[in-house]
Write a protein of this length. Structure first.
Length: 175
């Protein structure tokens, strides 16, 4: 994309530390709620400081191999908080997207394939969290932001003694 405004999409975005989190999903799926939850998690120190980029509509563009998300000027600093209405808050003009969260994702699984955990937007490869309908997205996003890739295993069952799932240690009950 080369135009100044970029492509406008129905999504929310928050900058957490130096990483933009792009939140996609159908209307009513909880995009605004997750954005506000990330902001309050940043304020409490659970994650790096977080600031709203945009709620409901944002602009995307690329440059230097990165995907950038920008606030929609007419919605700058506005966020919907269900039960309170539209509220004003501090905001950042833009962020480099480092994570995409897809709410109400049809492909969400308990142990997703490596392919499900990435997405391509305008040719840029970005880590992705598919969140199933009815699941709380905040713990997944916090885990992604605060753990390292090396803390997970690509071969979960091989890490378990005797190949037992969930890293259960064998006992007399499982022998």
């Amino acid at each position: 994309m080369t135009d100044a405004g970029g492509s406008s999409i129905h999504a929310s975005a928050v900058r957490v530390g130096n990483r933009g989190v792009l939140i996609r999903g159908p209307s009513g799926s909880g995009k605004s709620r997750l954005a506000f939850d990330l902001i309050t998690s940043g304020r409490s120190g659970q994650i790096a400081p977080a600031i709203l980029v945009g709620d409901d509509r944002v602009h995307l563009d690329t440059g230097a191999g990165q995907l950038r998300v920008r606030t929609a000027p007419e919605l700058a600093g506005l966020i919907e908080i269900r039960g309170l209405g539209i509220r004003r808050c501090e905001f950042a003009e833009e962020a480099v997207v480092g994570l995409v969260v897809d709410l109400a994702a049809a492909d969400a699984e308990r142990l997703p394939s490596p392919e499900a955990l990435i997405t391509h937007i305008f040719g840029v490869l970005i880590p992705r969290i598919p969140v199933g309908e009815g699941y709380a997205p905040l713990p997944l996003v916090v885990a992604m932001l605060t753990t390292t890739e090396s803390s997970s295993s690509v071969n979960h069952s091989a890490d378990c003694m005797k190949g037992i799932g969930n890293h259960i240690r064998p006992t007399i009950a499982t022998e």
